[in-house]
Design a protein around this ligand. Structure first.
Ligand code: NAP
Ligand code: G3P
Length: 471
């Protein structure tokens, strides 16, 4: 039985309390992690505070060389980490390993980008001032709380943790319950890497039980959160005096404006909609297309969807069980609602416990829940719309504004349409995606607040410190 402990001040927590983590594929216990108490949590923040100043005083290149020891241990243990991840979130082994390898690349890129966070020098004249030389550097904010979601338990954790640490902050990290085995597995690597005591603390426990205790801790200088809108709003309330970066839900539309490359459009839409069984914030969660093109697109999508492998993560199936029964029930409820309101189930609508077959729903109307809600599952709704103006309106009427895709060979038409879409990013002729991680990644409206991405994270976890020399 896998059993990993939380980490506070470089010591494994031994409070005798455990949280069992289920394997969504086998519905058996995948392992257990420490279940922390409020006192444990307060201690984590206290040591993060007391170790921060000394850590920030370590020069940047020295911080990088210390953190590189940790990075090397991740790389050396990447297969084990991928195996653990696959067991606890039912991500297939190939994608799990790819996530760990992508994270090592993010860490390396972050180390290099941190060296480019240069001070800004300004001469000051005008507005009543003169003979001033200002030098503005970026310095650590202090104690950063990093909270990650279940679907990228490694990538979306270290995309926060590493920029924070490399810039001299200290970190309290809360992994998702489903993702905590991978999260707490890091405890032993932190000790092996001999990171300075207290700079990186890993706290585990069920969010609904300890979440408010965590986010209302007075030692927090910044919260970097990725997860659902509901929890994001709860954090806004609790952490109201704290700097926040929130990466939340999405309902990314794919607008298909011509039929000049339907085969490629289908591949992009299918990978976008069904990658990791649709459990991605940037998944394609609705297709907006006119009738004429839809009549050609839907049969193509059907054939390709029906060739996707459905099964278990250990067999590298493309579609694997969703994270838990509650999610599967919610996803099924959206399919049932669409059926009851007259949608056409082209393929799918088949379920075995948490395993849900990829479902293509045509003739989705705007009164159906699946037109607006985030399934976070393997569903692709087709909404047939006559004009581009109407497509843009429906795209923008969503509460979400994460990303969008436009499929069109006329690049001018694609760009002019993209400029009208109210999202953080619009992808032309590709599925929505956060990568490459060096790109700014942001959501507007209910999809988030602030910006992630390697350079943006380095900046959001630091503040200006100005030195003005008068002569
Ligand atoms: P979630 O249920 O909101 O949980 C996210 C994290 O918040 C988990 O670590 C969770 O811990 C923790 N949490 C729960 N209650 C909390 C509280 N009261 N205070 C503080 N933290 C609390 O989201 P999820 O199910 O893991 O991920 C799915 C959602 O995240 C979807 O909406 C998806 O769109 C969004 N997401 C967005 C992005 C993006 O980059 N925009 C990326 C991935 C996912 P527990 O697991 O212990 O509850
Ligand atoms: O839901 C996770 C979000 O960050 C998507 O990442 O790289 O699959 O687009 P990606």
């Amino acid at each position: 039985m896998r059993q990993y402990k939380a980490l506070i001040n470089n010591e494994l927590v031994d409070n005798g309390q455990w949280l069992e983590i289920m394997n969504p594929a086998t519905l058996e216990i995948a392992g257990k992690v420490s279940a922390l108490t409020p006192d444990d949590i307060n201690k984590a923040f206290s040591v993060a505070r007391s170790s921060q100043e000394q850590w920030e005083q370590v020069e940047l290149l020295k911080r990088i060389s210390i953190l590189k020891r940790f990075r090397d241990l991740i790389d050396q243990n990447k297969e084990e980490i991928a195996q653990i991840m696959s067991e606890e979130i039912a991500k297939n082994l190939k994608e799990s390993l790819a996530e760990v390898e992508r994270t090592v690349e993010i860490i390396d890129y972050t180390f290099e980008e941190a060296k480019r966070i240069e001070p800004m020098a300004l001469t000051g004249e005008g507005m009543g001032a003169k003979n001033k030389l200002g030098v503005f550097s970026r310095v650590a904010k202090g104690v950063i709380l990093a909270i990650s979601p279940f679907n990228y338990p490694f990538n979306l954790a270290f995309a926060k943790i590493i920029p924070a640490l490399v810039m001299g902050n200290t970190v309290v990290f809360k992994p998702a319950t489903a993702g905590s085995l991978v999260g707490a597995y890091m405890s032993e690597l932190v000790i092996k890497a001999e990171l300075p005591k207290g700079i990186f603390n890993i706290i585990t426990g069920r969010g609904r039980e300890i979440g408010d205790i965590i986010t209302s801790n007075p030692e927090i200088d910044m919260i970097s959160f990725t997860g659902s809108v509901g929890i994001g709003n709860q954090i806004r309330k609790n952490g109201s005096t704290t700097d926040l970066v929130l990466e939340l839900g999405g309902k990314d539309p794919a607008l298909v404006l011509d039929d000049l490359n339907l085969d490629k459009y289908c591949d992009e839409i299918i990978n976008g909609a069904f990658g990791y069984s649709g459990q991605r914030c940037t998944a394609v969660k609705r297709v907006l297309v006119n009738n004429e093109i839809a009549d050609k697109l839907v049969p193509l999508l059907k054939n390709k969807i029906e060739s996707l492998s459905v099964g278990m993560p250990k067999d590298n199936a493309f579609i694997t069980p969703v994270i838990d029964e509650k999610s599967a029930d919610f996803i099924q409820s959206l399919i049932d609602d669409a059926k009851q309101k007259g949608a056409n189930i082209v393929t799918g609508d088949k379920r075995e416990k948490n395993l849900m077959w990829p479902t293509l729903i045509d003739n989705v109307s705007l009164d159906m829940k699946v037109a607006w809600e985030e399934p976070f599952g393997p569903i692709l709704p087709i909404i047939r719309i006559d004009t581009i103006d109407e497509m843009v309106k429906i795209a923008n009427d969503s509460q979400f504004g994460l990303q969008a895709s436009i499929f069109c060979q006329d690049i001018s038409k694609a760009i002019l349409t993209a400029k009208r879409i109210k999202t953080g990013t619009v992808n032309i002729n590709s599925r929505p995606q956060r990568g490459p991680d060096s790109f700014p990644f942001l959501g507007i409206k209910d999809s988030g607040e602030g910006v992630q991405g390697i350079r943006e994270s380095l900046l959001s976890m630091t503040r200006y410190m100005g030195l003005v020399i008068n002569y």
